[in-house]
Design a protein around this ligand. Structure first.
Ligand code: ADA
Length: 584
């Protein structure tokens, strides 16, 4: 999806957005498909599909599950390596170039690459088989029972990169210190031959900050350098200052090199800030922040998970208008375009790997664990440099109270810390009274629904106090921040009556006002709140779920699925703004 800035000057990048040839194949086993014999001529108008887009969010294929084929031509301009990026492919795919299968990928919401080497120069036919069926073998991260509708398609977009003879795989930037502002830059590179003496230059906002001539012996490697950026302004929710870091690697062409010179560059936008957990506080640059915000699903009835830039922008505008400084990306990584906007708006983000109410059945299964680990790699790689991301999360509401699941929690949290030691890690727990994994995290996060499932609004204060007392007492976690990561009530847009009963907009107002009032007035135990949820979303079609989901939607948004505000929008806005002002 379109970023807020251009990442490469030297590399030729072709945006493959647009209408692709398309065929909906339905109940077909992908292993039996001969891609060169596919026909893309369905008369019902499904012979083309938009990329980015979700084919099952269109009227012709609404609600359909099955295998689909996407096709278009690409230009492989020379014999040097090319790389095809696909983003947000829901939720399994197989990539073919000129009839050759090159790779499979499972799991939506992330970006992955297919390497093109030793190809014929010229036009080639790209076919991507995309499967949105539920199949725990092929696609263990997307299961039908989850409480959201899994749309299918190439939701994030596609790009073709001509890499040349030397390329930058990634640049990860970490703030080492804010005084003086100091950055560590980790550059992973690759090439077709040992690159020899190579000039590395780094600029920040166009100003030179680092240069060195390196000896790159191997055809791939990592270079890590640390330097001060004395003039850089810090990023914080109140002052979200951003800086453009531009890395260049340049190497003299050698005899026999084909194609473009051995050089590459990568631009990444960063914010200098340090996130820490200090006792019960979450601190950004040493100052405690109180997180006030929402859970956000990336979904829209007309676009599925392929949220256009315009809707992303309107979501961010509404979140800011509401007085929020916090978004939990429930329950999967958010689109980089949305994260760009969060960086700019000073919204703090909890970025979460896909997961929903897993039991030991999944959490002791090596196949599931492998898929999670791979997905976490992709989540962190894609989003590392976004200053807005201040928390990594995993495994929403899974069985963290089952000792059999503890090794999986430990392994995945360790993995996150290994990939990124600069951010706190957590998971949203819905078993705070018998949880056995709280000691593994930096921030305690609890999902609870007092006043909605089971109890009455009047009991909310008591139930929230009981959770805090349990976390601090028997659970022994009084030295960590505590967040309510979900709480809310269903309200059907426009449904109001004088009883103010469940499902009315008035009930949602009463519940959320009670929650906010109780959590934050005169109390400082809770470091944050993510209301469930920002917008209504289409629910899973699994029968046991849909029966508790009027209209087939999870209706707990403060805006509906078209982002029209309910009564709760104004109520939460008033409460959040009052809290923000009382802090000044
Ligand atoms: C949860 C879950 C959410 C949603 C919510 C609800 O606890 O984490 O995804 O399903 O409940 O609306 O009931």
């Amino acid at each position: 999806m379109p970023r807020r800035y251009r990442e490469h000057d030297q590399r030729v990048v072709t945006d493959l957005s647009g209408m692709w040839d398309f065929a909906f194949l339905g109940e077909v086993d992908p292993d039996t498909v001969s891609v060169t014999e596919l026909r893309f001529d369905d008369p019902a108008g499904t012979y083309m599909a938009a990329v980015p887009g979700c084919f099952d969010a269109t009227p012709a294929l609404a609600g359909r599950r099955g295998l689909a084929a996407y096709r278009r031509r690409i230009l492989l301009a020379d014999a040097t390596p090319h790389r095809l990026f696909l983003e947000g492919v829901h939720h399994w795919c197989r990539v073919f170039v000129d009839g050759q299968p090159l790779r499979d990928h499972a799991g939506g919401f992330t970006r992955f690459a297919t390497e093109l080497r030793g190809h014929q120069v010229g036009e080639a036919e790209l076919v991507v088989l995309v499967d949105n069926r539920f199949d725990s073998e092929r696609s263990p991260l997307h299961l039908e029972y989850f409480d959201w509708y899994h749309f299918g398609g190439i939701a994030g977009g596609a790009e073709l990169h001509r890499l040349g003879n030397l390329w930058i795989d990634s640049v990860q930037v970490t703030t080492i210190s804010i005084s003086p502002p100091t950055l560590q830059v980790r550059i992973a590179y690759g090439g077709v031959r040992p690159a020899g003496a190579t000039a590395l230059t780094i600029t920040l906002d166009g100003r030179h900050v680092f240069s060195e001539t390196l000896k790159l012996d191997g055809v791939e490697g990592v270079v890590e350098r640390t330097f001060e950026a004395p003039d850089a302004a810090l990023w914080s929710p109140e002052a979200p200052n951003l800086h453009m870091l531009h890395v260049r690697l340049e190497n003299e062409p050698m005899e026999g090199d084909e194609g473009p010179p051995a050089s590459d560059d990568l631009r990444t936008r960063i914010g200098l800030r340090i996130v820490e957990v200090c006792g019960q506080e979450i601190r950004i640059n040493g100052t405690a922040v109180r997180l006030l915000g929402f859970n956000r699903h990336a979904a829209h009835p007309q676009f599925g998970h392929a949220i256009p830039a315009m809707v992303q922008l309107s979501d961010v505008q509404q979140l800011r208008d509401l007085g929020a400084n916090f978004v939990r990306g429930s329950h999967y990584p958010q689109d980089p375009g949305f994260l760009d906007l969060c960086d700019e708006a000073g919204l703090c983000v909890w970025s979460e790997a896909i997961g929903w109410q897993h039991t030991a059945l999944h959490l002791t299964d090596p196949h599931f664990a492998g898929a999670q680990a791979h997905h976490i790699d992709e989540m962190v790689a894609a989003a590392y440099n976004h200053p807005s991301i201040i928390i990594w999360g995993i495994l929403n509401e899974s069985h963290s109270h089952d000792p059999a699941c503890r090794p999986a929690y430990a392994a995945l949290l360790d993995k996150l810390r290994e990939l990124d030691a600069s951010r706190p890690v957590t998971y949203a727990c819905n078993h705070p009274f018998d949880d056995v994994c709280f000691d593994l995290v930096d921030i305690i996060a609890v999902n609870c629904y007092p006043g909605w499932y089971g109890s009455e609004i009047a009991l909310i204060p008591e139930e929230l106090d009981r959770i805090a007392a349990q976390v601090d007492g028997p659970q022994g976690q009084s030295d960590k921040p505590l967040i309510i990561s979900e709480i809310g009530a269903g309200a059907i847009y426009g449904w109001r009556d004088w009883h103010g009963a469940r499902w009315t907009e008035q009930y949602q107002v009463a519940l959320l006002e009670t929650v906010i009032q109780h959590l934050f007035r005169d109390r400082d135990r809770y470091a944050g709140l993510a209301i469930w949820q920002f917008c209504d979303i289409r629910a899973s079609e699994a029968v046991q779920k849909i029966l508790g989901r009027p209209r087939g939607f999870n209706n707990k948004g403060v805006v509906d699925e078209y982002r029209r505000p309910k009564l709760a929008y104004e109520a939460v806005k008033r409460a959040f703004h009052a809290l923000n002002e009382s802090e000044l």
